[in-house]
Structure formats: structure tokens, C-alpha cells
Design a protein around this ligand. Structure first.
Ligand code: FAD
Length: 307
């Protein structure tokens, strides 16, 4: 029951100010967002890739309100790509972007987001890697998929995310699988109404398996974005049945969640990509992590009381 309340709070400016100013918040935030700027994150990139893990990097931020902020978001990614260049990691470090941070919700936002994300995709290709477009709330997805299609004309490796909780996703998966896309499948992290999304955890898991089967049997490259041990076992089985080799799909998990499992899957010979977020505008990302696991919230509240 707590999850939806926290997700509603994730959109409240008042809560944002309260949580961001709480004296101990930073300590708790660090578990999920291990750096505030590119200087802090480069050693972490070296450390994780040194352990045989691959990365997808997220400069946190979303729901910006001016074109200047959207341009700043683009520039933050360009700076990151510049810093990745000498590390020579190629596709082992890719980028994840939220189009809302590139201006998608502003006036003329679809064109603005496309204009801002294109140079990032180009720069990523310049260092031998790629970009995945994250999935945000359901109202943004037609625009996201259109931008994905546009970018794929020049950069076919550009990936996108689909969310098992949405009813539309089974059809999206069939289309994307036939087009040979790189697709990350996740359960879904936003508060969505019953008209568009499954609300029951069990139904979401069942939908996840159906969609994953479509992706595994298709022409694309499936990226399994989940920490759920049951789904990870099912994914291995579906990959095996579809005759996929270990380099024909990958697992993805979030930094700070089930770290031992990241290393275990990598040691077993799987491609394991860690979604690593950094930056100062961490509020929305952090609140979604709290909503996913109420124990995180209890830990957060306890640490505030104990302070
Ligand atoms: P759950 O059933 O939620 O969790 C399974 C187990 O994992 C839990 O029992 C617990 O042990 C552990 N766990 C899960 N979450 C947490 C947590 N926050 N803290 C501590 N332990 C936890 N969602 C989107 O809507 N759009 C995106 O673009 C998107 N990108 C993602 C990228 C990656 C790589 C991953 C892994 C997730 C992404 N998500 C995205 C979030 C996703 O939708 C889920 O909210 C999140 O992954 C939790 O679902 P789960 O599959 O891990 O299963």
C-alpha cells in the first residue's frame, strides 16, 4: 500500500524540498546514486567495469521546465561521453536517457527532445557505444517510440524500454521484436491508472513473462531489467529455448540493488549491465527506489529519527 503513496509524493514539490533538505538524506541516497558529478562517477565506472560488469549511465533529472535546462541535460551527457572516451570501454558503458529531461513535456517538446537527444546518440556512436531511451509515464510513450524510430534510422543500435505493467506493451513488444530492436523490459516504476496498467503484482509478473517470450523469440536484442530471482531464472530458460547464446541478450539491474547477484551472473558468463545513476537532481529517481521496496522507506525514516 505504501508504494503508490510514495510515488504520489515523488511528484510533489513540497515533499521534494523536505526530503532534499533532510540532514541524513544524502547518506541514504548514496546507496542508489553514488555520485553527484562526473568527477565522482569516473572512479566508480572504472571499479565496476574492472569487476567484469557493463554499465548504462543515467545523469539523473526529469520534468525540467525550461529549454535551457534541457540543453544543460544534453551537455551533461556530452561531458560524460567525453570523459568515457579515454577509458575506451566501447559498448561496455552505454547511456540511459529520460526524454522528459531533454524537454519532451515543454511546448514543441517532441521536436525539442529529439533535437537534444540526437547529438548525445551521435557522440555515443563516436565512442563505439549507444543510448537507451528510458520509459516514463504512459502519456509520454507515443512520443518516446516515435523518437526511438527516428533515431534508429541513423543509429539502429539505439534502445528503448517497455514496461510489463502496461496493457499496450504486448503489442509494442511484437512490433519492436520484429523490427530487431534493442529492448529493455522492466516491470514499470510509475503510478499508472487501472485503465492502462495491471495493478496486481502477480498479473504484472505474468505479463512480464509473456512479453519476454515475445522478445526472446524475436529478431531483436532483449535486455532483462529486473532483480526478481524468479524472472531471472525464467529468462535464462526462455533464452535457452529460443536458442540464444549468452551474447544475444543481457541482464540489467540497478546500482545498489542485489549487488552480489550482479557479480554472480557476470561470473556465470552472462552479460550483466548495471544501471548507474549520478547527479544532483536525484529526487524522482530516489523516490521510485523507495516505492519499490517499503523496507527502504523504513530505513530512511529510521535514519532520520536516529539523527
Ligand atoms: P520486484 O518484484 O520489485 O523486486 C524483486 C526483488 O528485487 C525484491 O524482492 C528486492 O529484493 C529487490 N528490489 C527491487 N527493487 C528494490 C529496491 N528499490 N530496493 C531494494 N531492493 C529492491 N522502470 C520504468 O518505469 N522505466 C524505466 O526505464 C526503467 N528502467 C530500469 C532499468 C533497469 C536496469 C532496472 C533494473 C529497472 C528499471 N526500471 C524502470 C524499474 C522497474 O520498472 C522496477 O520498478 C524495478 O526494477 C523493480 O522491479 P523488479 O523487476 O526488480 O521486481
Amino acid at each position: 500500500m505504501l508504494g503508490p503513496v510514495i510515488l504520489a509524493a515523488s511528484r510533489s514539490d513540497r515533499m521534494r524540498r523536505l526530503v532534499s533538505a533532510a540532514p541524513v538524506t544524502k547518506q541514504v541516497v548514496d546507496r542508489f546514486i553514488p555520485g553527484e558529478d562526473v568527477d565522482a562517477i569516473v572512479p566508480i565506472i572504472r571499479d565496476l567495469t574492472g569487476q567484469g560488469l557493463e554499465l548504462t549511465m543515467d545523469v539523473v533529472g526529469e520534468d525540467i521546465t525550461t529549454p535551457a535546462q534541457a540543453a544543460a541535460a544534453r551537455d551533461a551527457y556530452l561531458e560524460l561521453i567525453d570523459r568515457l572516451k579515454p577509458l575506451d570501454l566501447g559498448p561496455r558503458a552505454e547511456m540511459s536517457v529520460k526524454l522528459s529531461m531533454f524537454g519532451q513535456a515543454l511546448d514543441g517538446g517532441h521536436e525539442l527532445a529529439l533535437a537534444n537527444v540526437r547529438p548525445v546518440v551521435e557522440a555515443a556512436a563516436g565512442i563505439g557505444t549507444t543510448v537507451t531511451l528510458d520509459a516514463e509515464d504512459h502519456t509520454t510513450l507515443d512520443s518516446m517510440f516515435a523518437i526511438h524510430g527516428e533515431l534508429r534510422k541513423d543509429f539502429p543500435q539505439t534502445g528503448c524500454v517497455i514496461q510489463a505493467y502496461l496493457f499496450r506493451t504486448e503489442a509494442d513488444a511484437r512490433r519492436l521484436a520484429a523490427e530487431g530492436s534493442r529492448v529493455r523490459l522492466v516491470k514499470g516504476a510509475y503510478k499508472e491508472p487501472a485503465e492502462v496498467a495491471h495493478q496486481d503484482k502477480h498479473e504484472i509478473d505474468k505479463a512480464y513473462v509473456r512479453v519476454l517470450r515475445t522478445l526472446m523469440q524475436g529478431e531483436g536484442y532483449p535486455m532483462i531489467g529486473s532483480h526478481d530471482p524468479r524472472l531471472i531464472t525464467i529468462a535464462q530458460d526462455l533464452a535457452h529455448r529460443a536458442g540464444r547464446k549468452p551474447d544475444e541478450y543481457e541482464f540489467q539491474m540497478l546500482y545498489g540493488i542485489r549487488g552480489d547477484e550482479h557479480l554472480r551472473l557476470a561470473a556465470e558468463g552472462h552479460r550483466m549491465r548495471v544501471y548507474t545513476a549520478y547527479g544532483t537532481d536525484w529526487y524522482g529517481y530516489f523516490m521510485r527506489r523507495l516505492a519499490e521496496k517499503p523496507a527502504n522507506l523504513r530505513f530512511f525514516v529510521r535514519s532520520m529519527i536516529g539523527h
